[in-house]
Design a binder for this molecule. Structure first.
Ligand code: PAF
Length: 295
């Protein structure tokens, strides 16, 4: 595994691979690698001839300077964790390789980036879209792998890859969870023991809410109960708790189309997000509501 910090060095490698007709799979990260990232790496290894993992803590996607400052930076241990996977390159670009002097371009995706984290983290998805576009171009990715935990990010990236003819296929991968259901995230490292013990309540509230929606309960009641469950568990600061349509993320008043529940909440000064698919429910009939398969 070569560690590369300059895009000219990276281009020399990818150019060779391209000339020999090899495909390139890329996993983009901000480091602090956990099992969720490593499962993306495993999928990439199975799918592409060559695999690049990138680590770049992207200042443009942090709307809160304290969050950026506290973001874990663990390059050495990240490199150790990657060794068993036999990837080809760990690309850790110097900041000026991504944002050269005078950088003045922003990629902004409308629609799927609006609402949810788009409301509560102004500028976040512009920062994500801009850095992802740059990294996919720099790595010449044929495939790039994104976890469904960041479901809105996944939809933003899918949109930009198509709209900008990047030639990269965006591959969604399932959310990896701890045994108690907490979605894996680099931010979990920042939870103290008490907050870590409370955090799985997020997953439990979403699972209960999805089950209730699939039974045909009214969305407004279900969301009220889920909020009450979170507050009861000690998670009182909730950025959003919403039902949206899947995959376009439009507003959804009732689970009569395939949907997804989304939550962002604060615990111990750490912002956690999660989501849960909800199957469409047939309209009420005399025999009760029956879940229907998404079209
Ligand atoms: O999901 C992340 O870690 C980041 O948003 C990404 C995709 C690496 C862009 O900085």
């Amino acid at each position: 595994m070569k560690i590369i910090r300059r895009k000219s060095d990276l281009r020399a490698m990818t150019g060779n691979w391209r000339r020999s007709g090899e495909t390139i799979g890329v996993v983009l990260t901000m480091g602090a690698l956990h099992q969720g990232h490593l499962s993306l790496v495993e999928t990439a290894k199975a799918r592409a001839d060559r695999v690049i993992v990138t680590i770049f803590v992207n200042p443009r996607q942090f709307n809160n300077p304290e969050d950026l400052e506290k973001y874990p930076r663990t390059e050495d241990s990240d490199a150790q964790k990657l060794l068993p996977f036999g990837i080809d390159v760990l690309y850790v670009p110097e900041p000026e390789e991504i944002y050269p002097d005078g950088f003045a371009t922003t990629i902004s995706v409308t629609g799927v980036s609006e609402g949810l984290c788009g409301n509560t983290r102004p500028g976040h998805f512009d920062g994500v879209a801009t850095v992802v576009t740059k990294l996919l171009i720099q790595t010449e990715a044929d495939f790039s792998f994104f976890g469904e935990k960041d479901f809105q990010q996944l939809q933003v990236v899918r949109r930009l890859a198509v709209d900008l003819d990047l030639g990269t296929e965006i591959i969604p991968c399932p959310t990896m969870r701890e045994e108690d259901g907490l979605a894996m995230s680099s931010r979990n490292l920042r939870l103290d023991a008490e907050a870590r013990a409370t955090a799985p309540a997020i997953r439990r509230a979403l699972a209960a809410a999805a089950a209730a929606l699939e039974r045909g309960d009214t969305a407004s009641d279900v969301l009220r109960r889920a909020r009450r469950d979170l507050v009861g568990a000690g998670i009182a600061e909730i950025d959003y708790l919403e039902l949206r349509s899947d995959p376009d993320l439009g507003p959804l008043a009732q689970a009569d189309r395939p949907g997804r529940l989304f939550v962002a909440a604060w615990l111990d000064g750490v912002r956690l997000i999660d989501n849960q698919p909800v199957r469409a429910v047939a309209r009420a009939s005399r025999t009760g509501n029956r879940p229907v398969e998404p079209a």
